[in-house]
Design a protein around this ligand. Sequence first.
Ligand code: NAG
Length: 212
Amino acid sequence: MLRFVVFLCLSSSVLAGLGLDAVQYIAPKTFQCLAGNGFSFFAGRLWQRYNYVDNNGVLNIANARSAGFKEIYGYIYPCISSDCPPPEGQVQAVLRALKANGASCDKIFIDVEQPGWPSNSTFNQDFITRMGSELDYQGAAWGIYTNEDNWKAVTGGKWTKMKNQPLWWAEPNNNQDFNGYYPFGGWRMPYMHQYQTDSSSCGVSLDRIWHP
Ligand SMILES: *[C@@H]1O[C@H](CO)[C@@H](O)[C@H](O)[C@H]1NC(C)=O
């Protein structure tokens, strides 16, 4: 039993790390530079809220993999207006684009932040639920990117249906920890923390992410 516990501690310290999200194209060589600067995971934008697959994001996910990154995420900034595909269609388009490029990611986060969402929180809850159900149906692990203000603005104050999905907490307080996290949306703790925005490394404009 003791050995088992030690192993668990070890594996969680191996996972601890710094990550980045960025939207510009990043070549494999640049990912190697980023790894040299201490980054061990990446999150790429897969869908833009103006209604199309983000090809840079798809290529970046493939490039991060080929540069040796072992932990790779994607995120969807959903397109909400009535001329956008339904949530299921947006998920399908993203997964098709990943597959067509031989790219894969470990989790896909649904980006829940303003602007873009209407004031009808029931509508927004349904939209998020449908997007998550499609990700489940397609066998993709997924989570939610948000913070307390955005979550409240988009889904109302009390909705906790997503509490079992990993939370990517967007709170740029410059701290590589979860201190200052006060539970909202039913999440007891975040999965990872976007702790700094508008930063750069290796010539890439990026946001910095930390997880334990
Ligand atoms: C809010 O959205 C729900 C679900 O789509 C819908 O049934 C309802 O009519 C909408 N309410 C308003 C005021 O538009």
